[in-house]
Design a protein around this ligand. Structure first.
Ligand SMILES: [Zn+2]
Length: 549
């Protein structure tokens, strides 16, 4: 007797095979039969031709803090995600001593787009070490399966305290980090994550700790993966980190390397393709690298109170640590504005914002007729410089004006090429982070709806593969990511004719009633994790501790 049989579905096996009409049976937490199912079942569901695929593996999330107060990890499960990898970019909350909690939270506020207040009220600190954090997650259970990176910035803060954001580490400190990393890997961390990106700053503009690491530190830490015998290295790459250095690390450690964040910039349109081609060439030499790309346009909502869009600019640094009147005075300063203009006029290998003022829109403002129009257009009409226009408008409205900037990945021809590139991995949802700026937790539904149905850039079978067995393979996630007898029953039932993510909405459900952006699922008819159908309160997810990578 099966526990569940889904009959008459369009089966997408996650391995890229042509879609085939058939049934699927589940016993306990595993898939029992795929194809033609005979025999009785406790529950039977007629799929009526809807598509059935393995649940989405979201390999780039930041639920490390949220999961401690929200094991439902909203909104990912309803968007078809059944496994989430947390702790990307090195931004983890373990290990952490009680005296360093404030420090770790302050580092996270900027990059995670959550206020310090939310983190203070929300995080449950029932742990100090990574093994203790893993045990806590295992006890509390989550809606989806979770795998956890050991994050560089947390390791650094644990060993160096406040100095972690200020200087290179000594040989002794590097050895202490390495011991902690090995402990984490042995307890079941999925790998080691870090960031060298200038866009990653903590509160007051201090760089995230990992950005202070020199090549020796990275080399020593990545080599721990070889000693541990499993795990991968993930980094969000700043422009100064050379691909040849990453290939060396891949060669020395013999472990897979995930290179993020490869986003397309219209002002430097070939840069990401150079990176992807370099990765493909390294792989031809026997390495295992993959380029993390996004299938979503990177659009960010922001106010000048927390302008993540600009904070990676060198010329913005003098404003980063300022608050209140001093900050406003800086935004008024002509010299400051000229500096920003000059920097934006210079070419850059990678830059979040590239002075495309026609792609910056006013979303909420008291100024008549300004909403929904671009800053470029409004500035031309007013005979003003666009940077001046934006800053003056914001200053006039106590920095409450809400803008939205379409920053990267807006050239769909180019993004389609990236998605099809043999060295790319569909990634970068950043779910759980940047909560007030954007929400791409529905990236998988966007791939299936927009890129498959609306643009025909990928086949349904290939898109399903890129969301399931491919990331499971790269990350060494076992027995998931394919519709195969014996594999775990992580399933997504959807309508290919309507699947998509809904428009973004602002909701106020963070601790203390703080806002975040979210998006609803369209065309999703059921999500199962380990054979259990998600209904909003179910917590069938497992903590994943054993990997094959
Ligand atoms: Zn990230």
């Amino acid at each position: 007797m099966f526990d569940l049989v889904i009959r008459g579905a369009l089966l997408l096996d996650g391995l890229g095979s042509a879609p085939a009409r058939g049934d699927l049976a589940v016993t306990g937490d595993r898939i029992a039969v795929v194809g033609k199912v005979e025999g009785a079942s406790k529950t039977t569901l007629d799929a009526g031709g809807l598509a059935l695929m393995p649940g989405i593996v979201d390999n780039h999330t930041h639920y490390d803090a949220q999961i401690t107060w929200d094991p439902g990890v909203a909104p990912s499960p309803e968007l078809g995600v059944t496994t989430a990898v947390i702790g990307n970019c090195g931004f983890t909350i373990a290990p952490c001593r009680s005296r360093d909690r404030e420090l770790v939270m302050r580092n996270l506020t900027q990059v995670e787009g959550m206020s310090l207040e939310v983190l203070r009220q929300g995080i449950r600190w029932d742990f100090e070490t990574v093994p203790e954090y893993l045990d806590m997650l295992e006890r509390q259970r989550a809606a989806v399966n979770v795998a956890v990176f050991a994050g560089h910035s947390a390791l650094r803060t644990y060993v160096m305290g406040e100095a972690a954001t200020r200087r290179v580490a000594t040989g002794d400190e590097i050895q202490q980090m390495k011991a902690l990393l090995l402990e984490a890997l042995r307890a079941g961390a999925i790998g080691f994550s870090t960031s060298t990106s200038p866009a990653h700053n903590g509160e007051g503009g201090l760089p995230m700790p990992s950005r202070l690491a020199d090549d020796d530190e990275l080399r020593t830490l990545v080599s721990s993966l070889k000693e541990a015998g499993h795990g991968l290295f993930m980094l969000t790459k700043g422009g100064h980190t050379r691909m040849s250095f990453l290939e060396e690390l891949a060669a020395e450690s013999t472990r897979p390397v995930v290179v993020a964040a490869l986003l397309h910039s219209s002002t430097n349109p070939e840069a990401v393709f150079h990176d992807l081609d370099a990765i493909a060439q390294a792989n031809a030499r026997g390495r295992r690298l993959v380029g993390a790309v996004s299938c979503c346009p990177l659009a960010m909502d922001f106010t000048l109170r927390s302008p993540y869009t600009f904070e990676g600019l060198e010329s913005w640094q003098p404003a980063l640590a300022l608050r209140g009147a001093a900050y406003e005075a800086k935004l008024r300063e002509k010299r400051f504005r000229d500096g920003v203009r000059e920097e934006l006029a210079r070419p850059a290998h990678f830059r979040l914002f590239n002075a495309q003022w026609d792609k910056v829109h006013v979303i909420e403002s008291g100024r008549r007729g300004a909403e929904q129009r671009s800053v470029g257009e409004l500035a031309r009409e007013a005979g003003a410089d666009p940077l001046d226009y934006m800053l003056d408008l914001a200053l006039e409205e106590n920095l409450r004006t809400v803008f939205s900037a379409l920053l990267l990945n807006s050239d769909e021809e180019a993004v389609g090429r990236m998605l099809r590139h043999p060295a790319s991995l569909v990634s970068l949802s950043d779910a759980g982070a940047h909560l007030t700026f954007f929400n791409d937790a529905g990236f998988g539904l966007h791939l299936l709806g927009h890129w498959v149905r609306e643009r025909g850039a990928l086949t349904l079978a290939d898109a399903a593969r890129r969301l399931t067995s491919q990331p499971a393979g790269v990350f060494g996630i076992r027995e998931r990511g394919a519709l195969r007898p014996g594999f775990y029953a992580d399933l997504l039932l959807f309508d290919p004719a309507s699947v998509n993510r809904g428009p973004k909405q602002r909701v106020f459900d963070l601790p203390g009633g703080h806002p975040r952006l979210t998006t609803a699922a369209v065309g999703v008819h059921g999500v199962w994790v380990n054979g259990v159908r998600l209904d909003g309160s179910a917590r069938p997810g497992r903590l994943l501790r054993e990997f094959s990578a």
